[in-house]
Design a protein around this ligand. Sequence first.
Ligand code: PRP
Ligand code: URA
Length: 209
Amino acid sequence: MGKFEVLDHPLIQHKLTIIRDKNCGTREFRQCVNEIAELMAYEVSRDMALEDVEIETPMGKTVQKRLAGKKVVIVPILRAGLGMVDGILELIPAAKVGHIGMYRDEETMKPHEYFVKMPDDLENREMFIVDPMLATGGSAIMAVDALKKRGARSIKFVCLVAAPEGVEALRAAHPDIDIFAAALDEKLNENSYIIPGLGDAGDRLFGTK
Ligand code: PRP
Ligand code: URA
């Protein structure tokens, strides 16, 4: 079973409180989402593989560590996931970025996939799916399906706010993946929005309604 971890570093909690506030404007919202994603990337990448490498310091030869193994692909679920990409790239600048376009039907709340563009060779890459909101879990499940169908074997899902219902659904559908959230909220409302949540992440990031 993959793990579910809430990354509740004080800086993350502080910035999350800023963006939950309905008076937080687009500019500050965008900035904080990226900063939280950057802070989360530090923990999400903790189990990255290392290999020995011999180098020469000004004092002589030594064997030290460097990153080895799988290259990271950041996969934002459009639109709101885009808000987390630059923050993660600050820490992992060589990562590739694949995109999954998905929206929730406002009547049924079921996700619809409209775009997928991935780098090649997903079997040998470490995939970080990013989306600020894990609500019913429908979008996350479909995104993991899309990556697995294309060969991905190592997948992590990174969100800011998770609902218990979404975590349960994602773990049931894809028990092998690790899930990271900045907060586990109380519940979903009757419209499948997270309570207390932060509202519609895509609209708040891009200033739409
Ligand atoms: C939001 C959010 C997730 C999804 C979560 O996107 O960014 O992708 O809903 O809900 P779920 O867990 O119930 O599937 P939305 O469909 O509103 O699209 P947008 O990012 O384009 O606004
Ligand atoms: N999508 C959002 O943007 N917010 C929610 O609370 C649920 C789904």
